[in-house]
Design a protein around this ligand. Structure first.
Ligand code: DX5
Ligand code: ZN
Length: 253
């Protein structure tokens, strides 16, 4: 065997290994929701979860109209943007939706998701998000049917299944979300597109493996992550992120 052939085989293997590593790295994403962070030191809280191995910052926007709570807007998004390179995943629980989308795009959001009931024109809102350079997601409340996906599967980038009713952190996981995840996963497979499938609400180390088995790839966790560890410990989030990952490893991917 000539040296060239050997080198060719080695570089082919290296390439395969690289693909495997990249795929392995991107299979499951953990997205701590800053709703449960300490807002008095939000920048640090964002940096610390990412340093502990989280992948995405989940940013819950509530308007005291679509949901009975009021949280944060584009100003806070631009304030945390320089703190991390991690994608900012904006979950809009606001009605109407369209007016505020360009503001979040300018504030550095990477993904913007909205509830279809909150938009008069779902297709237009998806387009608006993408025209502003962000990935677009549709969010499904526990009682919202997946039929909203029927005519937009060729466009959307993310499906977010709510496993609690939106409005508050720290609620209990609603188990029927698992069946909904399975149905959404089937629709994604049939579409042949690369669409993220995210769960939001009541996710913790006891249920994350089961959720992954139902087809989920992106896991929002608010109180489970930000409620963990001692406030004085700069590495307080290392163990909870590691524990979530080790549960995910049990899901087999
Ligand atoms: C609920 C929010 C969630 C919430 C998750 O309306 O969309 O992102 O913060 O919090 P936990 O993980 O505590 O249920
Ligand atoms: Zn959320």
């Amino acid at each position: 065997m000539s040296l060239n052939v050997i080198m060719g085989k080695v570089s082919g293997r290296m390439r395969n290994l690289k693909v495997k590593l990249v795929k392995g790295f991107s299979m499951y994403k953990i997205a701590p929701s800053i709703l449960s962070a300490n807002f008095a030191k939000l920048g640090e809280e964002v940096a610390n979860v990412i340093a502990s191995g989280a992948d995405i910052i989940h940013f819950d926007v509530m308007d005291n109209h679509y949901v009975p709570n009021l949280t944060i807007g584009p100003l806070v998004c631009s304030a945390i943007r320089p703190v991390t390179q991690a994608p900012i995943d904006v979950h809009l629980m606001v009605k109407p939706v369209d007016r505020i989308i360009p503001d979040f795009a300018k504030a550095g959001a990477n993904i913007i998701s909205f509830h279809p009931e909150a938009s008069e024109h779902v297709d237009r809102t998806i387009g608006l998000i993408q025209e502003h350079g962000c990935k677009a997601g549709l969010v499904f409340n526990p009682s919202t049917p997946l039929s909203y996906l029927d005519h937009v599967m060729d466009k959307i980038d993310l499906i977010l299944i709510m496993s609690v009713n939106p409005g508050f952190g720290g609620q209990k996981f609603i188990p029927s979300a698992l069946d909904k995840l399975r149905s959404a996963r089937q629709k994604i497979n049939e579409s042949g597109r690369d669409i993220m499938l995210e769960i939001d609400g009541g996710v913790n180390t006891n249920n994350i493996a089961e959720i992954a088995k139902a087809g989920c790839d992106t896991f929002v966790a608010g109180s489970a992550v930000y409620g963990a560890g001692k406030d004085t410990d700069p590495h307080r989030y290392d163990s909870i992120i590691a524990a979530l990952r080790s549960e995910l490893a049990k899901a087999g991917k």
